[in-house]
Write a protein that binds this ligand. Structure first.
Ligand SMILES: *Cc1c(COP(=O)(O)O)cnc(C)c1O
Length: 510
């Protein structure tokens, strides 16, 4: 590991040379030439006339590059990315764990990867059997009787959950208008409630980083439709008063929504249905190892009680003696559903990966996932607690929360630690979240890291903290220096976008 902090290195501005790892990669529009092409296409024959007035007369200015140029461009860019396959990715709340290659091999089997949702059901019986089996695993693990698999991610799972709650309450003739959200919640929680048409109010946390039960009780009235709570929460703490919380919520006639993004920490240990929760989403791409793919696809199944099940989204897969069929009627339930969340059943590839992960771990293996995730986070906590201040000292769940209180006297802040970690060869942890902790650093190692890697990470963090007491402080404030780009202005690209190609060479934006 590189512990020295080097002086600024001149960047090499050339796409033809590749010196060391500092590559200044020009945009594809700057590299190619508009009158060059990587392929020879045949002249269009008479058919083009049929386009009539729709036929484009001007060049659109797309750059042409040869095949090797294209391959090198994207391969070089990919080498500038950090990934879970390169090293530890301790991004708290996001659960970036290793994705076993077995899952990938299974997901690529042609019988799973080449099917189409419009295929006749008789030709996709195996895929439907897989979806049913995944449902069985997830209902067993959560303790809920019903699970809707179609939501595309955690955020859409939340939306699905609140739409189910709204349908249910409307049917009771008691629609209600407010959703209470824990102040430590992920930003998707209030966004979801607002998008669903509710007024959102924030429930404060107490000094221990968990929900303030008294404050919640004071806020509950006959206007509250639901309370959204994350357990374990985003401070990495188990909400120990969950049963009291659930009692209070139910007494007021509201429902308890659980953001289950942190299910990783309790899978196989506790069934959320036993905690008085009415409905929750899981993130297959966090707990069950399917990849987070640059904004999608994810998968956010929603598990719920039998009371809410009739309001769940359509469609369902039903099993009968003659096999599996897709249906809009679920068993004996009358049709109360609000409809579909989206086309079809969800992300088939994610289902295959998740089931592969579930089967290969088995029930006991899944319990060990939770135990090891918690153990690893506490190992880091133990390694760091003398070097970093922690707002809620004591045992944590799957992620450990530090802050920059102890670094501030030296003039350092959380952002400096995150940038310095990049020079140490690690992806930074989640920073400045949860919002209720000033200068938060949320570290989630996951169960898939070895003791040696955790030790390296702890060493790197201690090296950074020790620099804060030396003359190296300016170097830390300049980090990172071992990267193609130095410290960037965090907001400039959004505030002053430079759309160079459009301005200089492209068609005028009309
Ligand atoms: C990741 C996350 C979400 C949102 O899930 P997506 O799948 O990214 O939409 C919601 N809540 C918490 C606590 C999360 O960590």
């Amino acid at each position: 590991m590189n512990k020295e902090i080097v002086s600024d290195t001149k960047m090499i501005s050339s796409t033809a040379t590749n010196k060391g790892l500092h590559i200044e990669e020009a945009l594809i529009f700057e590299q190619g030439s508009t009158d060059r092409s990587g392929v020879d296409l045949p002249e269009i024959s008479g058919r083009s006339d049929r386009l009539g007035k729709l036929k484009r007369l001007d060049q659109i200015g797309l750059p042409g590059l040869s095949e090797p140029e294209i391959v090198r461009h994207y391969t070089r860019l990919s080498r500038n990315n950090y990934a879970i396959d390169i090293g530890l990715y301790p991004l708290g709340s996001c659960t970036m764990k290793h994705n076993p290659r077995l899952n990938e091999a299974v997901a690529r089997l042609p019988g799973f990867s080449n099917i189409h949702p419009l295929q006749p059901p008789s030709t996709v019986q195996g895929a439907m059997a897989l979806i049913k089996e995944l449902e069985e695993w997830l209902t067993a693990l959560t303790g809920f009787p019903t699970i809707a698999l179609s939501p595309a991610a955690g955020a859409q799972g939340e939306l699905c959950g609140l739409m189910v709650i709204r349908s249910y309450l409307e049917k009771q003739g008691d629609p209600r208008e407010t959703v209470l959200v824990a102040d430590s919640a992920h930003g998707t929680n209030p966004a979801t409630a607002t998008m669903c048409g509710y007024r959102t109010k924030s429930i404060p946390s107490n000094d221990s980083g968990t929900l303030d039960l008294q404050a919640l009780e004071n806020m509950l009235d006959n206007k509250v439709a639901a309370v959204m709570l994350t357990n374990p929460n985003t401070c990495g703490l188990f909400e120990g008063q969950i049963l009291e919380i659930s009692d209070a919520v139910h007494k007021s006639g509201a429902l308890l929504y659980c953001d289950g993004a942190n299910f990783n920490a309790i899978v196989g240990k506790v069934k959320p249905a036993d905690l008085g929760i009415d409905i929750m989403h899981l993130n297959l791409h966090k707990t069950f190892s399917t990849p987070h793919g640059g904004g999608g696809p994810g998968s956010g199944p929603v598990a719920m009680t039998s009371v809410l099940a009739p309001y769940a989204p359509l469609p369902w897969i039903e099993e009968s003696a003659s096999g599996f069929t897709i249906t809009e009627h679920l068993g004996d339930h009358s049709q109360q559903s609000f409809g579909r969340m989206r086309a079809w059943h969800g992300q088939m590839g994610m289902f295959v990966r998740a089931l592969s992960y579930l089967i290969s771990h088995g029930g006991d293996g899944l319990r060990q996932v939770a135990e090891d995730a918690v153990l690893n986070a506490n190992y880091i906590r133990q390694g760091l607690h003398k070097h970093y201040s922690m707002p809620y000292p004591g045992t944590c769940m799957h992620e450990v929360l530090c802050d920059d209180q102890s670094l501030k006297p030296a003039g350092l802040k959380t952002l400096d630690v995150a940038k310095a970690l990049i020079d140490q060869g690690f992806h930074p942890m989640t920073i400045y979240f949860p919002l209720i902790v000033n200068g938060a650093m949320l570290i989630e190692p996951t169960e898939t890291e070895t003791k040696e890697i955790l030790d390296q990470f702890i060493d790197a963090m201690i090296t950074i903290a020790n620099h804060s007491t030396s003359e190296n402080i300016a170097a830390l404030q300049n980090a990172p220096v071992h990267t193609p780009r130095r410290r960037l202005d965090e907001t400039k690209a959004a505030r002053n976008p430079i759309l160079r190609w459009l301005q200089d060479t492209g068609p005028s934006a009309t």
